[in-house]
Design a protein around this ligand. Structure first.
Ligand code: RUB
Length: 313
C-alpha cells in the first residue's frame, strides 16, 4: 500500500493495534473517520477498483483487534456503498461515516440520560476498565447533583482503571481505586455496578474486559444490580448466524517481565484480554434506544441494527 492509504488507514490501524486508541466506542469512531477520509481522497479509474480499495482498507482496519464488534460494525456501516459511480459511492461513504459518528455521539448522550436514572443519590458505583458509555451514565448522575462516588478497578494488565480515575477526578467525582482482586471485599459497599461492552451476543452474553465476569458473579451473589452501558453497535450481528466471538489473547509481556520467566521452562502465561459474562448475571443493558434485558439482544440485532450487516460478510 502506498500514498494516502498508507497514511490515513495504516496510522489509524497502528493506533488501534498499539492501543493508543482503545475502548470499543473510540475504536469504532476512529475507524469510521479513517474510512471517510480515505474514500474522500481515493483515486480510482473504475468502480471495481474503488470498491476493491475500500474493501482492502476495511480489512486492514477490521484485522487490528479481534474482539470489539463495534469495529467491524462501524467499518461495514461506513464503507457500504452502491455500485453506481465512483463519485456517487464516495459521497455515500462520506455520508454513512458521518452519520455513524454523529449517531455514536448522540447514543452516548442517551445512554448517559437513561443510565443516570438508575443511579440514586449517595450511591457507590463500581466500574471496571475504562468505558466511555459507563462513564457517560456516571457523569450524568453527577451532573444531576447526585452525591455519588465510584470504585474503579485497576484492570490489570493494561491498567485502564488509571484512565478512569483520572477522568473521574477531572470531573470532580470522588473515586476509589482498588486492585481487581479486591472486588469481593468491597462489594458490600457497592450499590450498583456499571460496565461497558466490547460485544454483546444474540443470547445476551456480554464480552468485556477480562475480569468483568468475576465482578458480575460477585454482584449476583451480593444482590447488587449489574448494568451494562452499550451502544446498539456493540451488538454482534454475526452471532445470529452462529458465529462465536473471538477473545483477544495478548502478549505475556503485558503480564510479567520476560526476564522473570527466563529459565522457567515449565511455566506458561496466559493473557486473555476479554471474558464472557452470561446473560443471567446481567440485570439491564442501557442502550441509546432504551434500557433492555439481555434477552432482547436478538431484537436489537434483527430490528434495530439490521440483519444486513451479517449478510455482508
Ligand atoms: C476496553 C473495554 C471497555 C469496552 C467499552 O478494552 O473493555 O470496557 O471497550 O468501552 P481495551 P467504551 O482497553 O482493551 O480496548 O464504552 O468506551 O466503548
Amino acid at each position: 500500500y502506498t500514498g494516502y492509504m498508507h497514511r490515513r488507514i495504516f496510522d489509524t490501524a497502528e493506533k488501534i493495534q498499539t492501543m493508543e486508541i482503545r475502548g470499543a466506542g473510540r475504536i469504532a469512531v476512529a475507524a469510521a473517520s479513517a474510512i471517510r477520509d480515505y474514500a474522500a481522497e481515493l483515486q480510482a479509474d473504475s468502480m471495481e477498483e474503488f470498491s476493491r480499495k475500500i474493501q482492502e482498507a476495511a480489512d486492514v482496519l477490521i484485522n487490528t483487534r479481534p474482539t470489539a464488534v463495534s469495529l467491524p460494525n462501524a467499518v461495514r456501516i461506513a464503507s457500504s456503498h452502491s455500485s453506481g459511480s465512483v463519485e456517487e459511492s464516495r459521497a455515500e461513504i462520506i455520508e454513512n461515516a458521518e452519520n455513524f459518528i454523529k449517531q455514536a455521539q448522540e447514543a452516548l448522550g442517551r445512554i448517559g440520560e437513561i443510565g443516570a436514572r438508575r443511579i440514586r443519590d449517595s450511591d457507590v458505583v463500581l466500574t471496571h476498565c475504562n468505558s466511555h458509555a459507563a462513564l457517560a451514565a456516571i457523569k450524568k448522575a453527577f451532573d444531576q447533583g447526585k452525591n455519588i462516588s465510584v470504585i474503579a478497578t485497576e484492570s490489570r494488565p493494561r491498567k485502564q482503571g488509571l484512565l478512569t480515575i483520572k477522568e473521574l477526578n477531572d470531573y470532580g467525582i470522588p473515586a476509589t481505586l482498588i486492585v481487581d482482586s479486591a472486588v469481593r471485599s468491597v462489594i458490600k459497599d457497592v450499590d450498583i455496578v456499571i460496565v461497558g461492552a466490547d460485544a454483546i451476543a444474540v443470547n445476551g452474553t456480554l464480552v468485556n474486559k477480562i475480569g468483568t465476569s468475576q465482578i458480575a458473579l460477585m454482584a449476583h451473589e451480593a444482590r447488587v444490580n449489574f448494568l451494562v452501558a452499550a451502544e446498539t453497535y456493540k451488538f454482534s450481528p454475526d452471532t445470529i448466524l452462529g458465529q462465536l466471538i473471538d477473545i483477544e489473547e495478548r502478549s505475556k509481556d503485558e503480564v510479567i517481565d520476560p526476564g522473570v520467566l527466563k529459565d522457567m521452562e515449565n511455566v506458561t502465561v496466559k493473557n486473555p484480554a476479554f471474558d464472557f459474562t452470561p446473560a443471567e448475571y446481567i440485570d439491564l443493558i442501557i442502550t441509546e434506544i432504551g434500557a433492555i434485558p439481555p434477552g432482547m439482544a436478538y431484537t436489537i440485532i434483527k430490528e434495530h441494527l439490521g440483519w444486513k450487516l451479517a449478510d455482508l460478510r
